[in-house]
Ligand binder design. Structure first.
Ligand code: IMP
Ligand code: MG
Length: 185
């Protein structure tokens, strides 16, 4: 039995709720907001969330990297930058999980420092509120987690494994060892 954290059903309910709320909150923007999806982890969440957003929005992608195995390296690299013009536009950064907050802090500064957005908002499927090393405001949190467990599934990976799984669980040591074995193939 997997150590389930969130079921597929619950994820879909969260996406419906957040989609409705975001649609309502951003309905009166003069420029269509941009959903800026953080690759690769937030792709699964962004797809389900976007289907529940009923106002005109654009989508673009940005990629940074800081994780290796089960640990954040804290050393952030911008791998793929956005292409969209966000001047005077609301940007909703869509992320899988806010953990230490270091990645999101970097992204928010990157956007404000370089592109003059009207406002940068943050939407994350998971918010590990007790893991912060820096202050980040999460405007839309799907599910607040008080434990700092390492999670996989629904975009979240262990060395690229398990992004495709439709629910989220805590991998056991045996499961991690199994992925380590598979990595060698
Ligand atoms: P932060 O910079 O520590 O907030 O980390 C954010 C990034 O680390 C997320 O976008 C994820 O890609 C990754 N991450 C954080 N927690 C987990 C986890 O439990 N499983 C897999 N990836 C995680
Ligand atoms: Mg991520």
């Amino acid at each position: 039995m997997k150590k389930l954290v969130v079921s597929e059903n619950e994820i879909q309910e969260v996406c419906k709720y957040l989609g409705r709320k975001i649609s309502k909150d951003l309905a009166h923007e003069s420029k269509p907001p941009l959903l800026l999806v953080v690759l690769k982890g937030a792709v699964n969440f962004a797809i389900d969330l976007s289907k529940n957003i009923t106002i005109p929005v654009f989508m673009d992608y940005i990629q940074i990297s800081s994780y290796s195995g089960r640990k954040s390296t804290g050393d952030i690299k911008l791998i793929h930058n956005l292409r969209f013009d966000i001047k005077d536009r609301v940007v909703l950064v869509v992320e899988d999980v806010i953990d230490t907050g270091v990645s999101m802090d970097y992204l928010i500064h990157h956007l404000y420092a370089n592109y003059q957005p009207k406002k940068v908002l943050v939407c994350a499927m998971f918010d590990k509120i007790n893991a912060r090393k820096t202050t980040v405001r999460v405007d839309y949190a799907g599910k607040i987690l008080t434990e700092n467990d390492f999670l996989v599934g629904y975009g979240l990976d262990y060395n690229e494994f398990e992004r495709n799984i439709p629910y989220v669980y805590i991998p056991t040591e045996e499961e991690i060892a199994h992925f380590d074995e598979l990595s060698k193939k």
